[in-house]
Design a protein around this ligand. Structure first.
Ligand code: GAL
Length: 417
């Protein structure tokens, strides 16, 4: 009896102790490892630790832009019943189709209500985080995907004094840069998404925001003749990319601009965070403009965090979400990240001139979801499209690419007539 009681006592102590140990942790999963994004996450964690100093944050990252490797690791963990406490996920299909519909997430509408922040986010972005009337994640930022970043010195040297508005105009400058021995357009498609990223911004231009959005609503056909023009433009651009593009990651390509080797890079504005992290000043060292022919559109890439079912430290995960949703958290994170806050009442004075430009455009331009970053279409379609565009980069065979695109669209049930 005595031994039994001692055993039970010991057992209870172990349970209690392990509860104390595990309750003080929080595992946050993301792919933010590059310059700018890694520091931004650190800044957000710092705000968290200011309010919850007793919680040890485990910053779990898997390198690879746009979640190239992270998404697979995350899926294995979630399927295996071993989710992190919260994870980076794009608003839109990536969240809804991959995690919400299969039942891996907990609705958090009540938390947003409780914190009084329901009306503090743009409606459209919250809708991308919602399914059947419930909100499932909190947007920490809004990135713009259709941006060209360029080296101001090279631009001056080749006489690019005004942002080119059309592809013809831009290609003329790419040619000038090439003649001077520079790479025109830096590309780093070691991970396939960057080529799709470039393609989708071209597609946005040739279709216009309304019809681009129509592709995902079954209103515009993938058989639309204008899509050929997108491939033709991409084909021309490929004459101006760096030879080693297939060996470089996105930040290596952005770095070519910084190193004075390339005129420009089409990238989401995490590139702005990267350029600042290596010491460049927006407006002084580098300039930017909307991808040609997309001036009236804002390609949305919004990172969000939600609450997975079976989060091991649920209480801490909720605390994390509260910080993510807060103005303080967003204003610590976004100026470094190169993104604008999702919160509408953030402190604008904390943002540099590039980000103020982006805020202005976000409020006034047509919003369109990114394919490459998982918002517009389900994962399977994105993967197929990544393959199609990357094959095209190698073969430059427009007819085959169009045929493959049509087949993929048909398989996915999109309009092809
Ligand atoms: C995007 C993500 C950004 C940035 C970028 C490069 O998918 O939304 O926050 O991390 O990838 O990794």
């Amino acid at each position: 009896m005595f031994f039994m009681r001692r055993f039970v006592g010991l057992f209870l102590m172990v349970v209690l102790l392990s509860a104390v140990v595990t309750a003080s942790q929080l595992e946050i999963f993301s792919w933010w490892t590059a310059g700018g994004e890694a520091e931004a996450l650190e800044a957000l964690i710092k705000v968290f630790n200011k309010y919850y100093p007793d919680v040890e944050v485990i910053n779990a990252t898997v390198a690879g832009g746009a979640g190239t490797n992270a998404k697979a690791v995350l899926k294995t963990r979630i399927l295996g019943g071993n989710p992190p406490d919260s994870f980076q996920v794009h608003a839109g299909m990536e969240l809804i189709d991959t995690y919400v519909i299969p039942g891996y997430m907990t609705p958090i509408t009540n938390l947003l209500e409780q914190w009084g922040v329901m009306d503090k986010f743009p409606k459209g972005i919250l809708e991308m985080c919602s399914y059947e009337g419930e909100i499932y994640s909190i947007p920490v930022n809004v990135h713009r995907g259709n941006v060209v970043f360029y080296n101001k010195k090279i631009a001056e040297e080749i006489g690019m004094n005004e942002p080119p508005k059309t592809w013809d105009e831009f290609i003329m400058y790419l040619q000038k840069a090439k003649e001077k021995g520079y790479v025109g357009l830096a590309l780093g498609d070691k991970n396939k998404w960057t080529a799709l990223h470039l393609f989708e911004t071209i597609l946005l231009g040739v279709l216009g925001p309304n019809d681009y959005n129509g592709l995902w609503k079954g209103e515009v056909s993938f058989n639309d003749p204008r899509i050929r023009r997108a491939f033709e433009i991409m084909n021309k651009l490929l004459d101006y990319v760096n030879e080693d593009h297939a060996a470089l990651a996105w930040q290596d390509a952005t770095r070519l601009v910084y190193e004075g080797k390339a005129l420009a890079n089409v990238m989401g504005d995490w590139a702005e965070g990267y350029l600042k992290s290596v010491g460049w000043e927006p407006g002084k060292d580098f300039g930017w403009f909307a991808v040609p022919e997309t001036q009236n559109a804002f390609m949305v890439v919004s990172d969000t965090f939600g609450l997975p079912k079976n989060a091991p430290h649920k209480e801490n995960a909720v605390k994390w979400l509260k910080v993510v949703a807060s103005v303080e958290g967003q204003d610590a994170f976004n100026p470094i990240k190169g993104s604008i806050p999702a919160r509408l009442d953030a402190d604008r004075s904390k943002y540099d001139i590039y980000l103020q430009w982006s805020m202005e455009d976000f409020a006034t331009k047509a919003l369109t979801p990114s394919i490459a970053h998982g918002s517009a279409a389900p994962e399977g379609f994105v993967t197929t499209l990544n393959d199609i565009i990357n094959r095209f980069v190698t073969t430059r065979d427009i007819d085959s690419a169009l045929e493959e695109l049509l087949m993929a669209a048909e398989d996915e049930g999109y309009l092809v007539e």
